[in-house]
Design a protein around this ligand. Structure first.
Ligand code: NAP
Length: 283
């Protein structure tokens, strides 16, 4: 039976460290700040934003919330981002996605100063990640690396298979695993024999958005299985991995909820804190 990787507990301990470090910055006269921009009334986005603001409060990071109606113009949001880029009270900026269809998501994300890019979505940060340079890396993949490391298993030399190649999970995760000296294979919707490839994995990370896609016959006994999926179904929240089956043969597995999810917000806070520490020094 697999050991459960408790994302909630690991996230809590990282948050404690963040709180300690924000307090040190505050003693030096700087209150770490995160600006959260939301456009429209997407109910899921509202919940995510609420959770991010609550997490800020618990770690001593001041959140600045900006809400625009669905009818707002892209230029209004761009103007706000420009002002926040210049504001010394703001260390991190995030634009909650998705944006309304009339806005160009990529253009707005590029508007954020790379130094304040808390989500790590700016092309400069994605490029630095690709080059293996220090950067604000995408939050979900960074959190996954922490979860894998928490098992005590060595990543170097392991064969990691990632199912899913999105810009926010699959691709940046591949780069981080490479940096950690894993041998990485990326699968996607056009991959042939996906089951056979997955079955060769020592580390299997699944980020596709298909409920319970990965069953026991995809998994090598003893593999570490990371389930990124968050699928709202009629039977409740489901991952991309069939937990009941796979947990019987994996060595470690993340649950949904309580696995990858709590780490994503924590890494957002960590990126914001690191940006502040870069400016105001870390003890
Ligand atoms: P996405 O942008 O929709 O990308 C999905 C990826 O999965 C694509 O690369 C797609 O392949 C691939 N795919 C889809 N169906 C497939 C199949 N049947 N076989 C193989 N590959 C398949 O998704 P995402 O944003 O990465 O999110 C994936 C899941 O993770 C979602 O459930 C999302 O809610 C969840 N998520 C969770 C967190 C968290 O914090 N816990 C964060 C982000 C995302 P193609 O490229 O060929 O189309």
């Amino acid at each position: 039976m697999a050991e459960i990787i408790d994302g909630k507990k690991i996230a809590e301990s990282i948050k404690e460290d963040i709180a300690r470090r924000t307090a040190i910055l505050e003693q030096k006269g700087h209150k770490t700040g995160l600006a959260v921009i939301m456009v429209g009334e997407n109910p899921a986005s509202k919940i995510y934003v609420r959770n991010k603001i609550a997490a800020c409060e618990r770690t001593g990071i001041k959140s600045f919330s900006y809400e625009f109606p669905d009818t707002a113009q892209e230029s209004e949001v761009a103007e706000l981002i420009s002002a926040l880029n210049e504001d010394d009270n703001i260390d991190g900026i995030l634009v909650q996605l998705p944006l309304p269809k009339h806005m160009n998501e990529r253009r707005l994300l590029e508007q954020i100063s790379p130094e304040k890019d808390a989500d790590g979505f700016h092309t400069q940060n994605a490029g630095r990640l690709f080059l293996g340079e220090e950067c604000s890396a995408a939050c979900t993949p960074s959190g996954i690396i922490e979860l894998i490391k928490s098992t005590g298993e060595i990543i170097a030399g392991k064969h990691a298979v990632i199912i899913g190649r999105s810009n926010i999970v699959g691709k940046p995760l591949a780069m981080l695993l490479l940096q950690n000296n894993a041998t990485v294979t990326i699968c996607h919707s056009k991959t042939l024999n996906i089951k056979d490839i997955a079955k060769a994995a020592d580390i299997l990370a699944v980020a596709i958005g298909v409920p319970e896609f990965v069953t026991a016959d995809f998994v090598k006994p003893g593999a570490i299985v990371i389930d990124v999926g968050m699928n709202r179904t009629q039977e409740g929240l489901k991952g991309d991995v069939k937990f009941d089956e796979v947990s019987k043969i994996a060595s470690y597995i993340t649950p949904v909820p309580g696995g990858v999810g709590p780490m994503t917000i924590t890494m957002l806070l960590l990126n914001t804190l690191k940006a502040a520490e870069k400016k105001f020094g870390r003890d």
